[in-house]
Design a protein. Structure first.
Length: 426
């Protein structure tokens, strides 16, 4: 694994049929200390690449025996490694489709090796892009990675229902290589559990004991934590120990505490419905997960991620999805956030054999979901996503994004106005 800008010891898979380009990359990457395996065809890579276990797959988008999309579809089922595609300018639309399908990045030929190396290093960071390609989720990912090294600091994840707070908590848990179990406590269910709730939590073999040795205790909907249990959690955080229910000496707690809520904890504390001192403890490191409607770059990425998971579970190729369905998904407000998206995609995949269309994804919208996507709409969709990606990569710097896209700054401003894109790329 690479750290601090080093490729030393990294396993890189290279799929490139051009002898000059392949040899050049093989030599340069090997000089950087990487363990590089080079294949010149999709068929060769399909046979032996998964067994190599690469950390990143570098692949030409055009091969003599395979197209980039077909090869990615085949290989992505057998390796979790991110894919970095190399493409000619004329193939950018295909590269954008690959990004929608889950590829991590692409670089346009010819490229500077320094830029290529920087992108590789970014993909080699732990969990890079694991929560989504949007700038907002990449920021949250970076903050969680920093917090992974500080297990004693409680983390509070806030945001609307269904935005993926538990996914973020699991990401934080898995970013710690010495983590014990991930223990979920549904605080909303504790109120009706009576005295049994305290035993289930603080007993000798309870949930807190399970997470005590380097695990993660995830308190979901912490705003619903019963009043009688709040003092015990306050002590758990303050003293990093707990007294087992039923007696016995206090036991140290060496785990991580992560809380999540969609409620306004500060408002509840002012109303006397949540202890203010406990609020200050659990909110030592607070992160807000934005709603899906505010991170459009993640919508198609999540859809294709879910479809690939379905393909893995069923052993069948991932269902295709039409441009019209994608366009409608980008226009939808997603009041139920990621949870709603997952439910819609899973239902559509289960009920149709053909490519998923608008009516499959939004059957509740009736005839308004039907119809064929206009060519202009499809083109605008691809262009909007491509510009968003360029803006995200340059942290919203329009001149840099324009240079990356190969257009003038004024042209990019015109396109952003026409496509309804804010200057920060949102």
């Amino acid at each position: 694994m690479a750290f601090e800008g080093s490729l030393r010891g990294c396993r890189l898979a290279l799929i490139e049929d051009d002898a000059v380009m392949g040899e050049s990359l093989l030599v340069r990457l090997s000089l950087e200390g990487a363990d590089v395996r080079w294949w010149t065809s999709g068929a060769e890579a399909s046979r032996s690449l998964p067994a190599f276990g690469p950390e990143v797959v570098i692949c030409d988008i055009r091969l003599p025996d395979d197209g980039g999309e077909a090869l990615f579809d085949r290989l992505a089922r057998h390796t979790p490694a991110p894919f970095l595609f190399m493409t000619a300018y004329s193939d950018i639309e295909q590269a954008v489709r690959l990004m929608r399908a889950g590829a991590a990045d692409y670089v346009t030929k010819p490229f500077e090796f320094g830029d290529f190396r920087t992108r590789l290093e970014r993909l080699l960071l732990p969990g890079a892009g694991a929560l989504g390609p949007s700038a907002a989720m990449r920021r949250i990912e970076a903050q969680l990675l920093r917090l992974a090294a500080r297990p004693a600091v409680p983390v509070l994840l806030t945001g609307e229902t269904g935005v993926g707070k538990q996914v973020c908590a699991r990401f934080l848990h898995e970013a710690d290589p010495v983590s014990g179990p991930f223990v979920v406590v549904d605080c909303a269910a504790l109120g009706g559990a009576g005295d049994g709730a305290e035993a289930a939590l603080f007993g000798e073999t309870g949930m807190i004991a399970a997470a005590a040795e380097g695990g993660t205790l995830f308190l979901d909907e912490v705003a619903e934590l019963p009043d009688r249990l709040q003092p015990r959690f306050l002590r758990l955080i303050d003293e990093r120990c707990f007294a087992p229910t039923g007696g016995g000496a206090p036991r140290p707690f060496k785990g991580r505490i992560v809380c999540a809520t969609h409620a306004d904890l500060r408002g509840l504390a002012k109303q006397g419905r949540f202890r203010e001192d406990l609020l200050f403890r659990v909110d030592a490191a607070g992160l807000t997960v934005p709603p899906l409607r505010d991170r459009q770059e993640d919508i198609l990425w999540l859809m294709h991620l879910i479809l690939r998971r379905i393909a893995t579970e069923t052993g069948r190729p991932p269902p295709a999805i039409t441009a019209g369905a994608e366009l409608l998904a980008l226009r939808h407000d997603w009041p139920g956030n990621v949870r709603e998206l997952r439910n819609r995609v899973e239902r559509a995949a289960a009920l149709t054999e053909a490519p998923i269309g608008p009516a499959d994804l939004f059957p509740d919208q009736g005839d308004t979901a039907e119809g064929f996507a206009l060519l202009a709409d499809t083109r605008d969709l691809a262009e909007r996503q491509h510009i968003r990606r360029a803006l995200a990569r340059t942290d919203g710097n329009v001149p840099e994004a324009a240079a990356l896209l190969g257009i003038s700054r004024s042209t990019l401003f015109d396109k952003m106005r026409r496509l309804g894109l804010a200057r920060d790329g949102g």
